[in-house]
Design a protein around this ligand. Sequence first.
Ligand code: CAA
Length: 240
Amino acid sequence: MSKVAIVTGGTRGIGREISQSLARAGYRVAANFAHNAEAAEAFNRETGIAVYQWDVCHFEACAENVARITQDLGPVEVLVNNAGITRDATMHKMSLDDWQAVIDTNLTSCFNMARCVIESMRARGFGRIVNIGSINGQAGQYGQVNYAAAKSGIHGFTKALAQEGAAKGITVNAVAPGYVDTDMVRSVPPAVLEKIIARIPAGRLGRAADIARTVLFLVADDADFITGATLSVNGGQHMY
Ligand code: CAA
């Protein structure tokens, strides 16, 4: 029986590519989305991948939908915490709402989702959790104290949960994308983006497929000795 995977924010951008790559590899995929129903329906029509609408900021909604997906597709063995937003502004212009929305969507969501699948993974002795971090969580970024804090938090979350999961067959890893050609990155002011691309040794933006292939590698059954790792996929923009 093929494994069931949930991809949060799984119908657009990097998440869309992850959902499709997992589906092509034989996983039964549930792609979550929060707001853009039109894009999600189009994604479902084009790919045949099941889509589920809920806001990953809300614990109860996560619990209800994990239960629904378990009933529809089977127990969840793979979780990809990909959902994320930006609300870029320099600190002196950032509102509390800009801060809270990014922390809730990008970081608290990881707790909400992992909490809802972890007991079943522990009981089954198998689980794969991949959290999508960011180069900007590793290196910081002007105008992103909220996003950098949330993504940096993901890296600590990953290492702590990896220690708890290791003896239970559950691996927990992070992927830290650099600047990938998605709507999110295209919304960076063009002059700023130009300067950023000039600093990428590979000389180009990343592709969503660059991230998806990394996720696929980490969730494989025989990747069971890789846990607590962060794989940077950034064209050489930041190494450490
Ligand atoms: N480093 C140093 N200085 C910078 C800078 C940077 N990266 N970005 C902007 N500045 C400077 C500008 O040059 C400008 O300086 P002067 O006043 O001396 O001219 C000053 O900051 C103000 O810049 P703006 O006119 O752009 O001010 P703003 O308030 O309108 O916007 C901003 C500021 C929101 C930070 C805007 O510049 C911006 O959106 N920058 C992009 C931030 C970014 O890279 N976000 C990443 C989004 S993609 C993502 O997050 C995905 C991922 O994981 C990689």
